[in-house]
Design a protein around this ligand. Structure first.
Ligand code: NJP
Length: 244
């Protein structure tokens, strides 16, 4: 029986690419997000390319505990969990930032990891060799102006990841953190409230990372021999020398 990887936030960007790479690497995948039609399209594409693999698309809102419970309840087995769902909202300086955005960023980047990991932990424990991956950010390692809410949230995600590793010490579950720099996905469109033209400007003239670059790293870490734990990987576009 194939190993099963669960990827949250798989309807676009890094999550969708990670699901694709993991299927190519021989995993069956469970993909979750709110935009179910995107997941169904990804499932159809993957099953057409890899008819031997099983792809399960499930609705998931990581900020709704009942949705997380239903998602986890529908999953029978899990060997790899990729906590990828998340994102940034707004670009305000602290003096004008919106508290609701900060609260939401904490919810989708930090509490999401708590909810999904907690719900799937019994099933991860049933795996002979499991991996839990956090898609964090270089924002957890450095600070940049207009990013305080997101920086704080990703620092939080990093802290949760590290504590999880300590608490699972001695169990066959490794905990991995992948911290990307700027990756060309829908991230900036969401951050800018749907303003695609403004988001495109951010990516203009820079040799950006693609979602495949990050998916490649995720897949590499979870396919190392079980005794090897890749603690964390920071991946930046060559020309990005600071977080932003
Ligand atoms: O962004 P995007 P990325 N419940 O917007 C999902 C981190 N990162 O791939 O629900 C469930 O294409 C959303 O699904 P949907 C970033 O912080 C990125 O770049 O259908 N899912 C979608 O699939 C994040 O943790 C960059 O809207 C929810 C996905 O999240 C991860 O990479 C840099 C959800 C977002 O896909 C993937 O982001 C960096 C919810 N409530 C870190 N809310 C970068 N791109 O530059 C959102 O340092 N999602």
């Amino acid at each position: 029986m194939a190993e099963i990887a669960v990827v949250t936030g798989a309807s676009s960007g890094i999550g969708a690419a990670t699901a694709r790479h993991l299927v190519r690497a021989g995993f069956d995948v469970v993909i979750g997000a709110r935009r179910l039609e995107r997941l169904e399209q990804l499932k159809a594409d993957l099953e057409a390319q890899h008819p031997e693999r099983i792809v399960t698309a499930l609705p998931l809102d990581v900020s709704a505990p009942a949705s997380v419970t239903a998602f986890a309840g529908a999953i029978e087995k899990v060997d790899v969990l990729v906590n990828n769902a998340g994102g940034a909202l707004g670009v305000d300086r602290i003096e004008t930032a919106d508290e609701a955005d900060w609260s939401r960023m904490y919810d989708i980047n930090v509490l999401s990891i708590l909810r999904v990991t907690q719900a799937l932990l019994p099933k991860l424990r049933a795996s002979p060799a499991a991996s839990v991956v956090t898609i964090g950010s270089v924002a957890a390692l450095e600070a940049y102006e207009t990013g305080a809410g997101y920086n704080a949230a990703k620092h939080g995600a990093r802290a949760v990841t590290r504590v999880l590793r300590l608490e699972l010490k001695g169990e066959p579950i490794r905990v991995i953190e992948i911290d990307p720099g700027l990756v060309e996905t829908e991230f900036s469109v969401v951050r800018l409230g749907g303003d695609r033209a403004a988001a495109d400007k951010i990516y203009e003239g820079v040799d950006n990372l693609t979602a495949d670059d990050i998916a490649d790293a995720v897949t590499w870490t979870v396919t190392r021999p079980p005794h090897v734990n890749i603690d964390s990987i920071q991946i930046m576009p060559r020309d990005q020398v600071a977080a932003r």
